[in-house]
Write a protein that binds this ligand. Sequence first.
Ligand SMILES: Nc1nc2c(ncn2[C@@H]2O[C@H](COP(=O)(O)OP(=O)(O)OP(=O)(O)O)[C@@H](O)[C@H]2O)c(=O)[nH]1
Ligand SMILES: [Mg+2]
Length: 326
Amino acid sequence: MTPLAERVLAGDPRAIARAISLIEDEDPASGEMVRCIFGRTGQAYLIGVTGPPGAGKSTLVDRLVGEIRSPSGQGPQREQRPPRVGVIAVDPTSPFSGGAVLGDRLRMQAHAQDEGVFIRSMATRGHLGGLARATGDAALVLDAAGTEIIIIETVGVGQDEVDIIRTADVSVVTLVPGTGDEVQALKAGIMEIADIFVVNKADREGADRLVATVEANLALHAYAGGEWRPPIVKTVATSGHGVAELAAAIAAFREHSRAAQQTRRKTRSEYRLRKLVAQRFMAHLERDVLAPGELAAIVDRIATREIDPYSAASDLLERAGLKKTT
Ligand SMILES: Nc1nc2c(ncn2[C@@H]2O[C@H](COP(=O)(O)OP(=O)(O)OP(=O)(O)O)[C@@H](O)[C@H]2O)c(=O)[nH]1
Ligand SMILES: [Mg+2]
């Protein structure tokens, strides 16, 4: 057990922040830390919130945190006291634009006095394909520290987001009227993984039309009896309108999927393991087996049809000391 891991387990906010920074920087020490805390995770409920840039996700998440923390509020976990909440906002903006910092600061103000809330942005730089893992590890840190509800905000509707959202216990997809994002979301396959749809900025023209479009999409799917049909919640994040309904929808989904949650977590574990092995194998290949630039050269040869990807892959496996496959 490293001293940092111990402090994370004790719930020390500065240790949590430090641990997430290590993960963000891909510091080798972060792997050791995650190994130490892993056995103490698995208690938190993960809420993934995604949607196009500027959809109002942060405003909405902020309101949702307020709702979950309010003694009279709705929420996925209401026993005696409001649950501790952690927010990880995956920020695609350059660390130099200040967007993340500003957003953080604004939200810190709203929950600054609340010891039960931890908010953190993570930059996406340097995480080619590894973003889902970095986010997942950051969630493990919060989980180990005793955070009961973890909200992960991601921007966009691409593959990275699908990957991240896949790791959540519930996926909330936020759309806004008049942007045509739903088409893009459809293409990225994000509609299929949504458990709850939010039509935010419902104060704007076209909200009902967007609700109807999403409804029409859902109608294409025949929901079996007892199968969860994603509800569509209209919100105005700036005023808080609809946020209690969103919290209630999350609570309803949690209740509905209680039995299936283990399966979902198993899928998540399998996905993480497969990703990790694939990433490690590629890293090993590039670092220990191939000469610098050799992988790029092989890629070029595939692009110019000099070799086919199947033969190239077999060659690489063989050179890494694995059995030749076809
Ligand atoms: N009219 C209206 N404006 C909203 C609503 N929700 C958020 N906004 C505004 O939309 C802008 C973007 O809000 P954010 O919460 O930063 O959106 P976001 O999706 O987190 O943005 P990124 O993280 O940069 O992708 C802000 O100016 C908000 O005040 C809403 O329901 N109605
Ligand atoms: Mg945001």
